[in-house]
Design a protein around this ligand. Sequence first.
Ligand code: NDP
Length: 241
Amino acid sequence: MADEKRCIVVGASSGIGAALARRFAAAGYTLGLAARRTDRLVELGEELPTKSYVARIDVTDPDSARERFDRLADAMGGVDVVVVNAGVAFENPELAWNDERTTVDTNVRGFVAIATAAMAQFEAAGGGHLVGISSVAAHFGSGVSPAYSASKAFVSNYLDGLRYRARRLDFPLSVTTIEPGFVDTKLAGGSFWMASPETAADQIFHAVRKQRRRAYVTRRWRLVALLIDALPDIVRRRVFS
Ligand code: NDP
């Protein structure tokens, strides 16, 4: 990754994405900062030690999001690392349609819109590194947020597919799947075992640098994920419904 010096973070206006943009900039990367709240992106860009570009991207409008993503990458003269971080979560045991729809539109359709736009950039450039922010929730069906856990299972599975596809086509693509546990951001609210966004960003940055296929924030969440996978269904139902 020695020559990779341009990184786009989609969902850079707060939380993990903003911390990640700071972490990449500290390592000398030029940043492409994308999200809906451009005032925050501009503020963040002014604070970074390296050059940055700002784009208003709403991933729930996939055609426009893809077009704006391409424009951003072109303005940067290409892109080496793309982090697809944009995501929403609602506690929604009553299955309110608006929340379920927004979750799918953002975390699934929006994710694919940006991931495929990134792939097109990488294919034109002859390689690249795609980083997707999934969740430890990808390992179970959540009774309070069914669309969220399902959307993250989709993200992890989709990234696996892109990795296998690249191998089949002998295309030089790196794919890193990040499955965080709880990180102290607006999205997670008050939870136990939380990592700070800075710790999360540091761990994600190192996973990318080491070209890891999958990483967890924090390491103990890897254990939790393994445990969840090993639980018999009867126990899973008791814990998660
Ligand atoms: P934040 O709410 O702080 O960040 C979410 C980011 O996504 C913001 O930059 C937001 O920007 C962006 N975003 C949301 N909707 C859209 C949209 N329609 N178009 C473009 N950007 C959008 O939460 P986190 O930092 O916690 O979340 C980041 C990622 O990490 C998410 O994918 C989340 O699922 C995942 N994650 C978080 C965990 C946690 O405990 N915090 C645990 C596991 C995974 P804006 O609103 O300006 O558009």
